[in-house]
Design a protein around this ligand. Structure first.
Ligand SMILES: Nc1ncnc2c1ncn2[C@@H]1O[C@H](COP(=O)(O)OP(=O)(O)OP(=O)(O)O)[C@@H](O)[C@H]1O
Ligand code: SF4
Ligand SMILES: [Mg+2]
Length: 337
């Protein structure tokens, strides 16, 4: 085996490549507001990558842009799945990709389901649309899919409406719907946020099982780093529409290099003494229409100095060719992390 072949064996071609993804919404009184700003990352086939950050940092807009579902906005960059770039693809072609190539579990389980249709009608619609199978066959496929996501008595569930089942069951139905046409990439937007801890852990186990069974690539969106540590291999940290740090879970949890990642980790309940208040990160995300000059995290950063206000730091490897990237001119070192 040549050296190149050996390298190729150890570094699989990324399954999903996002390059310079930028989303700008029109703003009545001023220039368009950039919500997702030149976001670039790669997802390996069959991996689970977490996309994390505070509420409003642009996680869902990134996901929707990857699905071609952002309306009334300028979207640019590349979202390549396999060998096809979804950005700029005609709507008809995009529709045929959704479900079969890329699928999404949306953030709000109740509003993502149609309240006036039974579970059967909602699942059957997907099978009919994408696979053109008969009504009788769709019932069997739908019941099998519900059983696959761990719902007991699938025949009964098919006859029920979304309000007649629990939040955890609704989330399983949404996962079943997203996976019905065996997509290659699943984007799960806060799939466990509305659930209690026990149900959350069941849904996380289910996603891990399905990922292995179907060799799925998953982009797992959450604001909860504790969840990331349970399911993901890699993590991307977003702040005000830009990636500020990315790397393996081990890199980010054991050696966070960006002060924002460090702040998010400090807010985790683990490591706190019972009875002590949880830490809170001071300050708020900047208004995307009025980001500070230089580093966007500067107003909240205890390590900020005048150099941090001069220009936006680039996203760079921590050292040499490391896959651990950070956007900070004074990345944290061993003693600070
Ligand atoms: N259609 C839109 N037009 C203008 N601004 C928008 C639009 N959709 C989202 N935004 C803005 O984009 C920013 C990012 O929103 P997004 O929903 O992606 O946040 P998020 O990271 O998913 O937050 P959360 O954790 O609360 O779900 C917010 O400031 C939001 O107000
Ligand atoms: S560039 Fe400066 S302000 Fe920004 S995170 Fe790094 S130290 Fe803090
Ligand atoms: Mg969101």
């Amino acid at each position: 085996m040549t050296t190149n072949e050996a390298t190729a064996t150890h570094q699989p071609t990324p399954h999903v490549v996002v390059e310079d993804l930028t989303v700008r919404f029109p703003n009545r009184n001023q220039n368009p507001t950039t919500i997702v700003d030149h976001v670039s990352f790669k997802l390996d086939r069959g991996s689970i990558t977490g996309l994390v950050g505070e509420s409003g940092c642009g996680k869902s807009v990134t996901a929707l842009a990857m699905m071609g579902l952002v309306d009334h906005a300028e979207v640019s960059g590349i979202v390549r799945i396999g060998n096809r770039n979804l950005i700029g693809m005609p709507e008809a072609a995009l529709r045929s990709m959704r479900g079969k190539v890329v699928s999404m579990v949306f953030q709000e389980p109740l509003s993502a389901l149609n309240p006036v249709l039974t579970i059967e009608n909602q699942l059957a619609e997907i099978f009919r649309l994408h696979q053109g199978v008969s009504r009788k066959a769709t019932r069997k496929l739908a019941a099998d899919m519900l059983a696959r996501v761990g719902l007991s008595d699938p025949e009964r569930r098919l006859r029920q409406y979304p309000h007649q089942i629990s939040g955890g069951m609704r989330q399983r139905v949404l996962i079943a719907m997203a996976l019905a046409c065996k997509p290659k990439l699943l984007i799960a937007d806060e799939p466990t946020t509305a659930l209690d801890v026990t149900v959350q852990s069941q849904i996380l186990s289910l996603l891990r099982e399905l990922q292995q069974e179907m060799n799925l690539t998953i982009l797992f969106i959450t604001h909860d780093l504790a969840v990331v540590s349970q399911v993901c291999q890699k993590v991307i940290v977003l702040y005000s529409g830009r990636i500020v740090e990315s790397g393996t879970v081990v890199d980010l949890f054991h050696h966070p290099a960006h002060p924002y990642t460090r702040g998010l980790l400090d807010c985790l309940p683990s490591g706190h003494q019972p009875g002590q208040p949880l830490s809170e990160m001071p300050g708020l995300l900047p208004d995307p229409a009025h980001r500070p000059t230089g580093c966007a995290f500067r107003p909240r950063c205890q390590w900020a100095d005048t150099a941090c206000g001069e220009q936006e730091p680039p996203l760079e490897p921590i050292d040499g060719e490391s896959d651990h990237l950070v956007r900070c001119i004074h990345p944290l070192t061993g003693a600070q992390t």
